[in-house]
Design a binder for this molecule. Structure first.
Ligand code: ADP
Length: 303
Protein backbone atom coordinates (compact mmCIF):
# COMPACT_ATOMS: atom_id res chain seq x y z
CA UNK A 1 0.00 0.00 0.00
CA UNK A 2 1.22 3.51 -0.72
CA UNK A 3 1.78 4.57 2.86
CA UNK A 4 3.15 8.04 2.03
CA UNK A 5 -0.12 8.98 0.34
CA UNK A 6 -2.07 7.73 3.33
CA UNK A 7 0.17 8.83 6.16
CA UNK A 8 -1.69 8.08 9.37
CA UNK A 9 0.51 9.32 12.19
CA UNK A 10 1.20 7.12 15.21
CA UNK A 11 1.00 9.44 18.22
CA UNK A 12 1.75 9.02 21.91
CA UNK A 13 -0.82 11.49 23.21
CA UNK A 14 -4.19 12.75 22.03
CA UNK A 15 -2.85 16.33 22.17
CA UNK A 16 -0.09 15.39 19.73
CA UNK A 17 -2.68 13.77 17.44
CA UNK A 18 -4.91 16.87 17.48
CA UNK A 19 -1.94 19.10 16.67
CA UNK A 20 -0.92 16.76 13.83
CA UNK A 21 -4.47 16.89 12.44
CA UNK A 22 -5.23 20.59 12.91
CA UNK A 23 -2.10 22.59 13.68
CA UNK A 24 0.12 23.89 16.48
CA UNK A 25 -2.07 25.94 18.75
CA UNK A 26 -5.20 23.81 18.51
CA UNK A 27 -6.56 22.04 21.58
CA UNK A 28 -9.70 20.20 22.70
CA UNK A 29 -12.44 22.45 24.13
CA UNK A 30 -15.11 19.82 24.74
CA UNK A 31 -15.75 16.08 24.37
CA UNK A 32 -19.22 14.70 23.72
CA UNK A 33 -20.04 10.98 23.85
CA UNK A 34 -21.32 9.38 20.63
CA UNK A 35 -23.43 6.25 21.02
CA UNK A 36 -24.01 3.47 18.57
CA UNK A 37 -20.76 1.50 18.44
CA UNK A 38 -20.47 -1.94 19.95
CA UNK A 39 -16.79 -2.14 20.83
CA UNK A 40 -15.33 1.26 21.64
CA UNK A 41 -16.00 4.53 23.41
CA UNK A 42 -16.67 7.21 20.81
CA UNK A 43 -16.54 11.01 21.12
CA UNK A 44 -17.23 14.11 19.12
CA UNK A 45 -14.34 16.49 19.86
CA UNK A 46 -14.91 20.25 19.68
CA UNK A 47 -11.60 21.99 19.04
CA UNK A 48 -10.39 25.48 19.95
CA UNK A 49 -10.26 26.49 16.23
CA UNK A 50 -13.92 25.54 15.69
CA UNK A 51 -13.18 22.24 13.95
CA UNK A 52 -14.82 18.98 15.00
CA UNK A 53 -13.11 15.55 15.01
CA UNK A 54 -14.21 12.01 15.82
CA UNK A 55 -12.35 9.97 18.43
CA UNK A 56 -12.64 6.27 19.24
CA UNK A 57 -11.00 4.97 22.38
CA UNK A 58 -10.31 1.61 24.00
CA UNK A 59 -7.76 0.03 26.33
CA UNK A 60 -4.07 0.02 25.40
CA UNK A 61 -4.23 -3.74 24.85
CA UNK A 62 -6.66 -3.05 21.99
CA UNK A 63 -4.35 -0.62 20.14
CA UNK A 64 -3.90 -3.05 17.25
CA UNK A 65 -7.64 -2.90 16.46
CA UNK A 66 -7.28 0.80 15.67
CA UNK A 67 -4.13 0.18 13.61
CA UNK A 68 -6.13 -2.33 11.56
CA UNK A 69 -9.19 -0.09 11.27
CA UNK A 70 -7.07 2.89 10.16
CA UNK A 71 -5.31 0.78 7.51
CA UNK A 72 -8.61 -0.57 6.21
CA UNK A 73 -10.10 2.92 5.93
CA UNK A 74 -6.95 4.11 4.17
CA UNK A 75 -7.22 1.25 1.67
CA UNK A 76 -10.82 2.15 0.81
CA UNK A 77 -9.89 5.82 0.56
CA UNK A 78 -7.07 4.97 -1.83
CA UNK A 79 -9.53 3.21 -4.15
CA UNK A 80 -11.38 6.56 -4.23
CA UNK A 81 -14.80 5.18 -5.18
CA UNK A 82 -16.80 5.64 -2.02
CA UNK A 83 -16.35 8.06 0.84
CA UNK A 84 -14.69 7.05 4.11
CA UNK A 85 -13.68 9.41 6.93
CA UNK A 86 -10.11 10.71 6.69
CA UNK A 87 -8.07 9.14 9.47
CA UNK A 88 -5.44 11.47 10.92
CA UNK A 89 -3.78 9.59 13.70
CA UNK A 90 -3.87 6.62 16.01
CA UNK A 91 -1.89 5.70 19.05
CA UNK A 92 -1.92 5.53 22.82
CA UNK A 93 -2.53 8.08 25.51
CA UNK A 94 -2.54 7.65 29.30
CA UNK A 95 -3.83 4.09 29.46
CA UNK A 96 -5.94 4.26 26.31
CA UNK A 97 -5.55 3.45 22.66
CA UNK A 98 -7.29 5.73 20.20
CA UNK A 99 -7.95 6.60 16.58
CA UNK A 100 -8.67 10.17 15.51
CA UNK A 101 -10.53 10.90 12.31
CA UNK A 102 -12.74 13.29 10.42
CA UNK A 103 -16.15 13.81 12.02
CA UNK A 104 -18.94 12.93 9.58
CA UNK A 105 -22.01 15.09 10.14
CA UNK A 106 -25.05 12.85 9.57
CA UNK A 107 -27.58 14.13 7.06
CA UNK A 108 -30.86 12.88 5.66
CA UNK A 109 -30.30 10.27 2.95
CA UNK A 110 -30.62 11.51 -0.63
CA UNK A 111 -33.35 9.95 -2.77
CA UNK A 112 -30.73 7.87 -4.57
CA UNK A 113 -28.71 6.98 -1.45
CA UNK A 114 -29.02 3.23 -2.06
CA UNK A 115 -28.15 3.53 -5.75
CA UNK A 116 -25.07 5.55 -4.75
CA UNK A 117 -24.07 2.91 -2.23
CA UNK A 118 -24.58 0.06 -4.74
CA UNK A 119 -22.78 1.80 -7.60
CA UNK A 120 -19.97 3.04 -5.32
CA UNK A 121 -19.36 -0.42 -3.93
CA UNK A 122 -19.39 -1.92 -7.44
CA UNK A 123 -16.82 0.66 -8.55
CA UNK A 124 -14.66 -0.18 -5.55
CA UNK A 125 -14.96 -3.90 -6.33
CA UNK A 126 -13.90 -3.23 -9.94
CA UNK A 127 -10.87 -1.13 -8.97
CA UNK A 128 -7.36 -2.46 -9.53
CA UNK A 129 -6.05 -4.24 -6.42
CA UNK A 130 -2.37 -3.75 -7.28
CA UNK A 131 -2.01 -0.89 -4.73
CA UNK A 132 -2.69 -3.39 -1.93
CA UNK A 133 -1.19 -6.71 -2.99
CA UNK A 134 0.73 -8.19 -5.86
CA UNK A 135 -1.81 -8.14 -8.71
CA UNK A 136 -4.04 -11.23 -8.77
CA UNK A 137 -3.46 -12.27 -5.15
CA UNK A 138 -6.00 -12.54 -2.33
CA UNK A 139 -5.44 -11.39 1.25
CA UNK A 140 -3.97 -8.17 2.61
CA UNK A 141 -0.58 -6.86 3.63
CA UNK A 142 -1.43 -7.29 7.33
CA UNK A 143 -3.77 -9.42 9.40
CA UNK A 144 -6.72 -7.55 10.90
CA UNK A 145 -9.96 -8.15 12.83
CA UNK A 146 -13.55 -9.06 12.10
CA UNK A 147 -15.36 -7.54 15.06
CA UNK A 148 -13.28 -8.77 17.98
CA UNK A 149 -12.19 -11.87 16.02
CA UNK A 150 -8.71 -12.22 14.55
CA UNK A 151 -8.67 -12.25 10.74
CA UNK A 152 -5.76 -13.88 8.93
CA UNK A 153 -4.83 -12.27 5.60
CA UNK A 154 -1.86 -14.29 4.32
CA UNK A 155 -1.65 -13.46 0.58
CA UNK A 156 -2.56 -16.41 -1.67
CA UNK A 157 -2.94 -16.99 -5.41
CA UNK A 158 -6.25 -18.80 -5.08
CA UNK A 159 -9.46 -17.27 -3.73
CA UNK A 160 -10.99 -20.63 -2.81
CA UNK A 161 -7.75 -21.59 -1.05
CA UNK A 162 -7.71 -18.25 0.77
CA UNK A 163 -11.33 -18.54 1.86
CA UNK A 164 -10.77 -22.05 3.12
CA UNK A 165 -7.41 -21.52 4.86
CA UNK A 166 -7.66 -17.91 6.10
CA UNK A 167 -11.38 -17.59 6.70
CA UNK A 168 -13.22 -20.86 7.45
CA UNK A 169 -10.48 -23.08 8.88
CA UNK A 170 -9.29 -20.69 11.64
CA UNK A 171 -12.92 -20.15 12.73
CA UNK A 172 -13.65 -23.91 12.64
CA UNK A 173 -10.59 -24.57 14.81
CA UNK A 174 -11.80 -22.03 17.39
CA UNK A 175 -15.32 -23.49 17.26
CA UNK A 176 -14.24 -27.11 17.72
CA UNK A 177 -15.38 -27.11 21.34
CA UNK A 178 -18.95 -26.64 20.11
CA UNK A 179 -18.77 -29.34 17.43
CA UNK A 180 -19.50 -33.05 17.89
CA UNK A 181 -17.43 -35.51 15.83
CA UNK A 182 -19.94 -35.61 12.95
CA UNK A 183 -19.71 -31.82 12.58
CA UNK A 184 -15.90 -31.90 12.74
CA UNK A 185 -15.88 -34.49 9.92
CA UNK A 186 -18.41 -32.49 7.90
CA UNK A 187 -16.33 -29.31 8.33
CA UNK A 188 -13.21 -31.16 7.12
CA UNK A 189 -15.09 -32.46 4.07
CA UNK A 190 -16.33 -28.95 3.31
CA UNK A 191 -12.78 -27.54 3.44
CA UNK A 192 -11.42 -30.38 1.29
CA UNK A 193 -14.10 -29.79 -1.34
CA UNK A 194 -14.39 -26.01 -1.27
CA UNK A 195 -13.74 -25.83 -5.05
CA UNK A 196 -17.02 -27.62 -5.66
CA UNK A 197 -18.90 -24.69 -4.15
CA UNK A 198 -16.84 -21.55 -4.83
CA UNK A 199 -15.15 -20.33 -8.00
CA UNK A 200 -12.03 -18.34 -8.81
CA UNK A 201 -13.15 -14.79 -9.75
CA UNK A 202 -11.89 -13.23 -12.99
CA UNK A 203 -10.18 -10.66 -10.82
CA UNK A 204 -9.88 -9.86 -7.13
CA UNK A 205 -11.69 -6.96 -5.44
CA UNK A 206 -10.93 -4.74 -2.50
CA UNK A 207 -13.62 -5.61 0.08
CA UNK A 208 -15.00 -3.68 3.02
CA UNK A 209 -15.09 -7.01 4.81
CA UNK A 210 -17.68 -6.22 7.50
CA UNK A 211 -20.49 -4.68 5.50
CA UNK A 212 -23.57 -4.87 7.70
CA UNK A 213 -26.13 -2.12 8.28
CA UNK A 214 -24.20 -0.54 11.17
CA UNK A 215 -21.10 0.11 9.06
CA UNK A 216 -22.24 2.83 6.72
CA UNK A 217 -23.54 6.32 7.37
CA UNK A 218 -25.17 9.15 5.47
CA UNK A 219 -22.99 12.28 5.32
CA UNK A 220 -23.97 15.96 5.45
CA UNK A 221 -25.02 15.77 1.77
CA UNK A 222 -27.03 12.59 2.30
CA UNK A 223 -24.44 10.44 0.48
CA UNK A 224 -23.05 7.14 1.77
CA UNK A 225 -19.88 6.82 3.85
CA UNK A 226 -18.33 3.49 4.81
CA UNK A 227 -17.00 3.04 8.35
CA UNK A 228 -15.36 0.32 10.43
CA UNK A 229 -14.00 -2.01 7.70
CA UNK A 230 -12.21 -5.33 8.01
CA UNK A 231 -10.68 -4.73 4.58
CA UNK A 232 -8.93 -7.29 2.41
CA UNK A 233 -8.70 -8.37 -1.21
CA UNK A 234 -11.19 -11.14 -2.03
CA UNK A 235 -14.16 -12.15 -4.15
CA UNK A 236 -16.78 -9.37 -4.42
CA UNK A 237 -19.59 -11.79 -3.54
CA UNK A 238 -18.29 -12.11 0.03
CA UNK A 239 -19.10 -8.41 0.67
CA UNK A 240 -22.57 -8.68 -0.87
CA UNK A 241 -23.35 -11.86 1.07
CA UNK A 242 -22.62 -10.08 4.34
CA UNK A 243 -25.07 -7.27 3.51
CA UNK A 244 -27.76 -9.97 3.44
CA UNK A 245 -26.80 -11.70 6.70
CA UNK A 246 -28.95 -9.63 9.05
CA UNK A 247 -31.99 -8.82 6.92
CA UNK A 248 -30.46 -7.21 3.85
CA UNK A 249 -30.10 -3.71 2.44
CA UNK A 250 -32.72 -1.92 0.36
CA UNK A 251 -33.62 -3.55 -2.96
CA UNK A 252 -32.27 -0.49 -4.85
CA UNK A 253 -28.78 -1.23 -3.48
CA UNK A 254 -28.74 -4.71 -5.08
CA UNK A 255 -30.26 -3.50 -8.36
CA UNK A 256 -27.65 -0.83 -8.80
CA UNK A 257 -24.78 -3.06 -7.61
CA UNK A 258 -25.64 -5.99 -9.90
CA UNK A 259 -26.44 -3.67 -12.84
CA UNK A 260 -22.85 -2.60 -12.67
CA UNK A 261 -21.11 -5.84 -11.65
CA UNK A 262 -23.36 -8.46 -13.22
CA UNK A 263 -24.50 -11.57 -11.35
CA UNK A 264 -22.57 -14.84 -11.54
CA UNK A 265 -25.11 -17.69 -11.53
CA UNK A 266 -25.28 -19.58 -8.25
CA UNK A 267 -24.65 -16.54 -6.03
CA UNK A 268 -27.65 -17.39 -3.81
CA UNK A 269 -26.09 -20.79 -3.07
CA UNK A 270 -22.64 -19.39 -2.33
CA UNK A 271 -24.06 -16.61 -0.15
CA UNK A 272 -24.63 -19.05 2.72
CA UNK A 273 -21.12 -20.39 2.52
CA UNK A 274 -19.65 -16.87 2.62
CA UNK A 275 -21.83 -15.99 5.60
CA UNK A 276 -20.78 -19.19 7.37
CA UNK A 277 -17.56 -17.32 8.10
CA UNK A 278 -19.39 -14.52 9.91
CA UNK A 279 -21.78 -16.88 11.68
CA UNK A 280 -18.90 -19.02 12.97
CA UNK A 281 -17.12 -15.85 14.10
CA UNK A 282 -20.31 -14.89 15.96
CA UNK A 283 -20.44 -18.38 17.48
CA UNK A 284 -16.86 -17.96 18.69
CA UNK A 285 -17.44 -14.44 20.02
CA UNK A 286 -20.97 -14.61 21.40
CA UNK A 287 -21.73 -18.29 21.99
CA UNK A 288 -24.17 -21.09 21.23
CA UNK A 289 -27.08 -19.06 19.79
CA UNK A 290 -25.30 -19.27 16.45
CA UNK A 291 -24.53 -23.00 16.64
CA UNK A 292 -27.67 -24.35 14.88
CA UNK A 293 -27.14 -22.09 11.82
CA UNK A 294 -23.44 -22.93 11.69
CA UNK A 295 -24.06 -26.69 11.87
CA UNK A 296 -26.86 -26.54 9.30
CA UNK A 297 -24.68 -24.73 6.74
CA UNK A 298 -21.64 -26.95 7.35
CA UNK A 299 -23.77 -30.06 6.78
CA UNK A 300 -25.44 -28.56 3.73
CA UNK A 301 -22.07 -27.96 2.05
CA UNK A 302 -20.38 -31.20 3.02
CA UNK A 303 -22.45 -33.77 1.15
P1 ADP B 1 -17.38 0.64 17.09
O1 ADP B 1 -16.00 0.45 16.55
O2 ADP B 1 -17.41 0.75 18.58
O3 ADP B 1 -18.39 -0.34 16.54
P2 ADP B 1 -18.30 2.62 15.19
O4 ADP B 1 -17.15 2.83 14.26
O5 ADP B 1 -19.42 1.77 14.70
O6 ADP B 1 -17.82 2.11 16.60
O7 ADP B 1 -18.82 4.06 15.58
C1 ADP B 1 -19.83 4.25 16.55
C2 ADP B 1 -20.90 5.19 16.03
O8 ADP B 1 -20.29 6.47 15.81
C3 ADP B 1 -21.43 4.77 14.65
O9 ADP B 1 -22.61 4.05 14.78
C4 ADP B 1 -21.67 6.06 13.95
O10 ADP B 1 -22.98 6.52 14.22
C5 ADP B 1 -20.71 7.05 14.60
N1 ADP B 1 -19.51 7.29 13.78
C6 ADP B 1 -18.58 6.40 13.35
N2 ADP B 1 -17.61 7.01 12.65
C7 ADP B 1 -17.93 8.32 12.65
C8 ADP B 1 -17.31 9.49 12.09
N3 ADP B 1 -16.16 9.42 11.43
N4 ADP B 1 -17.92 10.67 12.27
C9 ADP B 1 -19.09 10.77 12.98
N5 ADP B 1 -19.71 9.73 13.52
C10 ADP B 1 -19.14 8.51 13.37
Amino acid sequence: MDRKENAIRECFSLEEAVIYACGESVSIDKKQSVHGGDANEAYKLFLSNGEILFLKRNTVSNADFFRAEAEGIAAIKLAGKIRVPTVYARGTDAGHSFVLMEYIESGRRQEDFWEQLGAGLAAMHKADTAPYLERGKYGFDRDNYIGAGYQKNTPMDSWTGFFSECRLRPQFILAEKYFDSSVVRAADRLLDNIDRYLYEPDKPSLLHGDLWGGNFMSDENGSPVLIDPAAYVGCNEADIAMTELFGGFDRRFYESYFDSMGVVPGYEERRELYNLYHLTNHLNLFGRTYLPSVVRIIKRFSV
